[in-house]
Design a protein around this ligand. Structure first.
Ligand SMILES: C[S@@+](CC[C@H](N)C(=O)[O-])C[C@H]1O[C@@H](n2cnc3c(N)ncnc32)[C@H](O)[C@@H]1O
Length: 207
């Protein structure tokens, strides 16, 4: 069964090699800072769940090539008090590869739980309501992340901005070894609780 490694610290200090980076960075992070941190990792495949603003800032600073984009539909907008911003219903997703790397995506690999056709139908909008957050804090997001990760032929995954751990839940469900890094102490403590049930299968915690 897959091993899960949780690291408390700054992702910039824990760069490692993996098949895929799958992450949802803080949206206020600049493209330059995101490029600096992602650049510490050695991976041929990258899935970013991001904003168009952050993506446009990130792309000119890296060699990553766009394979395809998708949308995560949060259904409920984020509550924002800023009158100069719309209420975002969605997150922008992109699958990127290093130059010369063949795509690891195959839409037949996994039947999407938000699409009721068992024939490899893989719509580019994920139905992932924000209000459905009981189990693991981000239940529906974890399901969307599992559908996403399960559509790629990768043997290991890293998430440098772990948050509540949707990537760990997805990787665990799929049997893919994963490393998660989280800097904030409270978030990391919650992550340890979320991942506690994985200990029987090899859970390493580095603090
Ligand atoms: C948008 S959240 C991730 C949400 C996550 N996908 C989830 O399922 O909850 C980004 C996380 O990155 C963490 N973070 C920000 N900068 C970091 C850094 N340099 N190293 C590690 N973690 C960082 C924040 O504390 C936050 O928990």
């Amino acid at each position: 069964m897959a091993a899960v490694t949780l690291i408390h610290g700054d992702a910039a200090d824990y760069g490692r090699a993996c098949d895929m980076i799958l992450t949802d960075p803080p949206y206020e992070m600049s493209g330059a800072e995101l490029a600096r941190i992602i650049g510490k990792f050695d991976a041929p495949h990258l899935i970013l769940i991001t904003t168009m603003r952050q993506l446009l800032d990130f792309m000119p600073r890296t060699e990553w090539r766009l394979a395809f984009d998708f949308v995560i539909d949060g259904v409920m907008p984020k509550k924002s008090k800023n009158y100069m911003q719309p209420h975002y219903l969605h997150q922008t997703g992109v699958y990127l590869t290093q130059p010369g790397v063949k795509s690891a995506f195959d839409r037949r690999r996994r039947m999407r739980s938000d699409a009721f056709e068992a024939n490899g139908y893989w719509p580019t909008i994920f139905h992932a309501p924000r209000d459905n957050v009981q189990a693991h804090g981000h239940a529906k997001n974890a399901q969307a992340v599992t559908d996403l990760l399960g559509s790629f032929n990768v043997r290991s995954v890293c998430d440098p901005f772990a948050g509540s751990g949707a990537t760990a839940i997805a990787a665990y469900d799929l049997g893919i070894p994963c490393t998660l890094i989280e800097r904030d102490v409270e978030t990391f403590n919650a992550l340890k609780v979320t991942c506690r049930f994985m200990s029987a299968y090899g859970l390493e915690i580095i603090e």
